[in-house]
Design a protein around this ligand. Structure first.
Ligand code: AMP
Ligand code: ZN
Length: 462
């Protein structure tokens, strides 16, 4: 079995994934969307990143041995405000937004999680957890609110590596009169009669955001599980608060062993924001005719722990490369196994960038198998690549051209083995003259079409 290693924010190391809660079975919890509006492009990044992880885990441990939980936050102040603005009911807003989310993620090739809990379906579990925290002296009620007492948990700040003093200085904490300490955070708050609310020992109210994930992950996965994920913006305070709540309510459990965080997405080098006019949703792109698999490919071309820049240039390159891959694999039967080089790249902290590079040099059946593993559709399910204009595009990156290059490269490595370096160099120069970029890597070479590939020259090569 491939050994999977993942960068763990908690230990600040690439830790081996050793499913120990139940040996051979892996459980993941990923913070899902707050459903008040269309998912913007940044929201899609964690969905795609953890979808690749989900697929790798299923490939490695077997479908039945992976439990992937991604929640829906359907009670939150942003939801209340948006529903009021639009003059519609909260249920209508959340149901519509959730359906959009499912459609948009499906277009990106994201598999549905095994369990998709709604926060509103776990209110009794949240109330029970809050009662435990109050009984243990980790939380207190004040003016209809219940607050978590940050000072009662010695390890607060360990995940993000900050001291409580730094946090107060760095974060704009709400200094409410009912808080004993400015860092204390809300577990429960009162609801006005026109706001959604549930009866509780502290009056009619609703949960704070952080307690949702602690209660849902506990109800579904228990007090210890393998991986917890989300965007890096959630590391503090959301995940720090989840840890404090869960460890204090269930001190016997480990909560999450591995914490994974994806970096943020930017657009053309800038933070995506409405005021900069570079804010767009996944649906905006799909409606503009950008295929979902092209968006997915752009995402995968950057490692998830690096900030990722969405640019038109990258979109164009992804379209070109996918066109080539679809043409190469169209009508081809996929290999039964995924090449070890691709698996090894993914198992090394989800190095999707390297996996894509490795895939450039695979023959069609193996490429098709690898494409499936990373969640790209089969060529037969897609048709846009059949209509891509020739012109500047590396169309032509058809299976004939690919076969020809594979043959020439095989002859080149044979020449090298026979120490006929003149012939090996001649082949490399000729290919590069035709616009094929060749890179030698341990164990062989990989190729891709450069911007100026000339198919006539390629065809004439001997
Ligand atoms: P939200 O619906 O705001 O709770 O966010 C859902 C998910 O999207 C969370 O995991 C966030 O960390 C993630 N997220 C939000 N903005 C970005 C961004 N610009 N880049 C990457 N991930 C993001
Ligand atoms: Zn969460």
């Amino acid at each position: 079995m491939t050994e999977i290693r993942l960068w763990n924010t908690r230990t600040r190391a690439k830790d081996p994934l050793e499913p120990t809660v139940i040996p051979g079975r892996v459980s993941i919890y990923v913070c899902g969307p707050t459903v008040y509006d269309r998912a913007h492009l940044g929201n899609a990044r964690p969905s795609v990143v953890f979808d690749v992880l989900n697929r790798l885990l299923r490939h490695t441990y077997g479908d039945a041995n992976v439990t992937y939980v991604r929640n829906i936050t359907d009670v939150e102040d942003k939801i209340i405000d948006r529903a009021a603005e639009r003059g519609i009911g909260i249920d209508e807003l959340t149901a519509t937004t959730e359906a959009w989310y499912h459609q948009d993620m499906a277009a990106l090739g994201v598999l549905p999680p095994d369990v998709e809990p709604h926060a509103t379906a776990f209110i009794p579990q949240m109330i029970a957890m809050i009662e435990t925290l109050v009984a243990q002296g980790h939380a207190y009620a004040a003016e209809g609110h219940v607050l978590f007492a940050v000072g009662s948990y010695a390890d607060y700040g360990a995940l993000s590596g900050r001291s409580v003093e730094d946090m107060i200085a760095g974060a704009r904490v709400e200094v409410a009169p009912y808080k004993r300490d400015p860092m204390d955070f809300v577990l429960w708050k009162p609801s006005a009669p026109d706001q959604p609310g549930w009866d509780s020992p502290w009056g009619r109210g609703r949960p704070g955001w952080h307690i949702e994930c602690s209660a849902m992950s506990h109800a579904i996965l228990g007090d210890s599980f393998d991986i917890h994920g989300g965007g890096i913006d959630l590391q503090f305070p959301h995940h720090e608060n989840e840890i404090a709540q869960s460890k204090c309510a269930h001190p016997e459990g480990a909560f999450a062993r591995i914490w994974m965080h994806n970096e943020m997405l930017q657009v053309e080098g800038k933070k995506m924001s409405k005021s900069l006019g570079n804010f767009f949703t996944v649906r905006d792109l799909l409606d503009r005719g950008v295929p979902g698999e092209v968006i997915r490919f752009v995402f995968l071309s950057t490692h998830y722990r690096k900030p990722m820049d969405w640019t038109e240039k990258k979109r164009g390159e992804a379209e070109k490369r996918l066109t080539a891959w679809f043409r190469k694999t169209d009508g081809v039967e996929a290999a039964k196994v995924v090449p070890a080089r691709v698996l090894a790249a993914l198992a090394d902290d989800l190095n999707t960038h390297l996996a894509l590079t490795e895939m450039n040099s695979l023959s069609a059946p193996y490429l098709k198998a690898a494409m499936r593993l990373i969640g790209l559709p089969d060529a037969e399910e897609v048709d846009w690549f059949r209509y891509v204009e020739s012109g500047g595009l590396a169309v032509g990156v058809n299976s004939e051209a690919a076969t020809k290059i594979d043959e020439l490269l095989a002859r080149r490595s044979e020449a090298k083995n026979n120490r006929n370096f003149a012939e090996a160099d001649r082949i490399r120069d000729a290919l590069s003259e035709a616009g094929v970029v060749i890179k030698d890597v341990p164990g062989g070479s990989v190729w891709e079409f450069g911007m100026s590939v000339d198919l006539n020259k390629l065809e004439a090569l001997k």
